[in-house]
Design a protein around this ligand. Structure first.
Ligand code: KG4
Ligand code: ZN
Length: 340
């Protein structure tokens, strides 16, 4: 089979988005995501509700993905699915569905590590998008992950730094919660920050060895800071929202940039690719872009729909595994935690 004639159906259900995509080679034919708004009123993802919503969404989402791609199930070459890491109840829905469909269609099954997918999303074919070359550094930042990965090849990568507590997305979301903003608060902080002074409130940065991160201390610091000021002025948040958001975002960006600079110094690699929902942050994007002129780095920021949780990224890993005959069998199980 010519590589361009490989059709992969990919399924992603690791957290609160039910997603399906169809790829032809490295090109995305369809990329469908059903977001679950049910969690907004709880201020975070409720695992039991997430798996229930996946069950409701998975059949229609796959149906739409096939229709948008304009292909039939019979044309598929293989099915790729997220094996982990993620919420067990959520993963089980996608895994079970992928297994059953591959058996029914008698086509191979491919298990994908969600974290590899965030990184290899940079290899999706897109008009005008320059792909990184190996080796490069990947910064994966989202509500569930914060990692710096040295990527030597498609299937040869090592984590060289990661969070020791909260993920960076949690730092955004928990700050938003303290400020009374709805979940997920990251995009709102980004919005308010645009109008504010990033130097107004200097928060201290955590001291963490090497390339690892910590965000839980920052969250506590922000909580005490807000409580103290609200006690003195009940309108403190309303009156200073933009400055608080800008200062918090500025601190988070400084924490990330400090570690990336160190990673570049330690590895000598100057290609930086970012992924995960937090890479949508306009401050992070701008700061990274500036490094191209400032330090001569080359940065890679994929299309927004490939940075948040999506199935196209699962499909691109599936495609490369297909080319290397890396298949799994029907005995495969979901893994909430998974070896990198
Ligand atoms: O990758 P993602 O969709 O899901 C996982 O967590 O795996 O990432 C979601 C995270 C949330 O924490 C959300 O607040 C954050 O990404 N996020 C942002 C922005 N857009 C999404 N954080 C800061 N600025 C943004 N513009
Ligand atoms: Zn993710």
């Amino acid at each position: 089979m010519h590589p361009k004639e490989v059709f992969i159906l990919a399924i992603e259900s690791s957290c609160d988005d039910t997603a399906a995509a169809v790829l032809r080679g490295e090109k995305v034919l369809s990329n469908v995501v059903a977001r679950q708004s049910i969690h907004e009123e709880y201020g975070g993802v409720v695992p039991e509700l997430a798996s229930r919503a996946h069950q409701q969404n998975i059949v229609p989402v796959i149906d739409v993905a096939l229709k948008k791609a304009n292909i039939t199930k019979e044309q598929l070459s293989a099915i790729a699915f997220t094996q982990g890491p993620g919420l067990m109840g959520s993963l089980l829905v996608g895994t079970s569905f992928a297994k059953s469909l591959s058996m029914a269609l008698r086509i191979p099954l491919i298990a994908v590590n969600h974290m590899h997918a965030h990184i290899l999303a940079h290899f999706i074919d897109e008009e005008g998008y320059d792909k990184p070359t190996f080796p490069f550094l990947a910064l994966t930042i989202s509500g569930g992950h914060t990692q710096i990965v040295k990527v030597n090849d498609f299937f040869d990568m090592e984590i060289i730094g990661e969070t020791t507590d909260d993920a960076v997305g949690e730092a955004f979301d928990k700050t938003a919660k303290i400020l009374g903003l709805p979940y997920p608060g990251g995009p709102l902080i980004d919005q308010f920050a645009k109008e504010g002074n990033p130097k107004k409130y200097p928060f201290t940065k955590p001291k963490v060895e090497g390339l690892d991160f910590s965000f839980s201390g920052l969250k506590t610091q922000i909580l005490y800071f807000v409580q103290k000021n609200v006690a003195a002025n009940p309108n403190f948040i309303e009156e200073n929202k933009a400055d608080i958001c800008a200062s918090v975002q500025h601190t988070i960006i400084e924490i990330l940039m400090e570690k990336i600079k160190l990673a570049v110094a330690e590895t000598g690699i100057r290609q930086i690719a970012i992924g995960g929902g937090v890479s949508a942050n306009s401050g992070i994007r701008q700061t990274l872009k500036e490094t191209e002129n400032k330090y001569g780095w080359k940065t890679f920021i994929p299309k927004f729909e490939y940075t948040t949780d999506n199935a196209a990224m699962i499909g691109i890993v599936g495609y490369h595994k297909f080319l290397h005959d890396q298949f799994t069998n029907a005995g495969v199980v979901s893994k909430a935690r998974i070896e990198f």
